[in-house]
Structure formats: structure tokens, C-alpha cells
Design a protein. Structure first.
Length: 173
């Protein structure tokens, strides 16, 4: 009787901390849904109860295999935002800082040449405004235009970009 129960835990007993292979599997499943920042993977492994040395070795192994890369994650995050919910540079940087992407990575992204997939700040603002308006024309009311400008500012666009986009859209429409 006791031999059959040797591999089972008692009810309410916490699971043993994961070893290196189990930690790698946990991280792999976590990364299976979407790319993650190094910090997010580290937090997931800590929640699983992995020892500090296991966390460090697992992160090194993931980085060697190209599964954890903060630069690639930041690029992916920006592309997803550009595609689904455009945000201004300030908002994007804030979101990436919340994911604990290092400041050096954010500086690198700011200085690199924009690729074809990356939109300019004005293009992002145009896309955000277009999504918000859903095909409706710009209003003639100055107060409504001010509200649209504040909408863009809340999305992380600087006021000058918001004004320029609204002026250009007003001149086009």
C-alpha cells in the first residue's frame, strides 16, 4: 500500500521545485503562445518555484536557442501594436518598460532605421484615428476635434503629431 503511494503527493502539499529540464519545458510552454521578454519568462519560472540557479541556466539555454531575445520581442511587440492597436512611441516605450525590456534595447530601437513593417509616428497616429472613426468623417466642431486630439495623446502620441494628423485629415477630407 505504501509503495503504490510513494510517487504521489499528499493533498495540499506543494509540488517539488522543477529541475532544469522541467523548467525548460515550463518556459517552452509559456513561450508557445507568444514571444515574451526575458523578465516575463524569469517571473514565470519563479512562480513555478524554480531555484535561482535553475532560472539562470534555463534563461541562458533559451537565449542560446534564440527563444528569449528582448530585441526581437520588442520588435514583435511594436509590429503587433502597429497592426492591431496603434500607439505612439511614448506608449510603446511605456508598455515595453512594463515588460522590463532593458533601456539599451529601447534606445537601439529608437536609433535603428525603420523597416518596411514599422510605421512612422504619423502613420501610427493616422491608423489609430482611422480605427477610432470607423469610416466616419472628421467632425466640424472644434471641441470634437479637440477630443480627437486628446484621444491620440492618450494613445501615446505627442501633441504636435496629433495636431498635424488632424490638420492633414481635415485638409484631405
Amino acid at each position: 500500500m505504501s509503495g503504490a503511494r510513494a510517487g504521489r503527493r499528499a493533498a495540499g502539499e506543494p509540488p517539488p521545485p522543477p529541475d532544469a529540464e522541467q523548467a525548460f519545458e515550463i518556459a517552452g510552454r509559456f513561450l508557445g503562445t507568444r514571444p515574451r521578454s526575458r523578465w516575463e519568462v524569469e517571473q514565470r519560472l519563479r512562480r513555478a518555484g524554480a531555484a535561482e540557479t535553475v532560472v539562470r541556466t534555463t534563461l541562458k539555454r533559451l537565449a542560446r536557442n534564440g527563444l528569449v531575445d528582448d530585441v526581437a520581442f520588442a520588435r514583435w511587440w511594436i509590429e503587433q501594436r502597429d497592426r492591431h492597436a496603434p500607439r505612439g512611441r511614448m506608449a510603446l516605450e511605456s508598455e515595453l518598460r512594463a515588460k522590463r525590456v532593458p533601456a539599451a534595447v529601447l534606445e537601439t530601437l529608437g536609433t535603428e532605421t525603420a523597416g518596411e513593417a514599422t510605421l512612422t509616428e504619423a502613420e501610427r497616429a493616422e491608423a489609430a484615428l482611422e480605427r477610432h472613426l470607423r469610416g466616419r468623417p472628421l467632425p466640424d466642431d472644434p471641441r470634437a476635434m479637440q477630443r480627437l486630439g486628446m484621444f491620440l495623446v492618450r494613445r501615446g502620441f505627442d501633441p504636435a503629431t496629433a495636431r498635424a494628423v488632424l490638420r492633414r485629415r481635415g485638409a484631405d477630407g
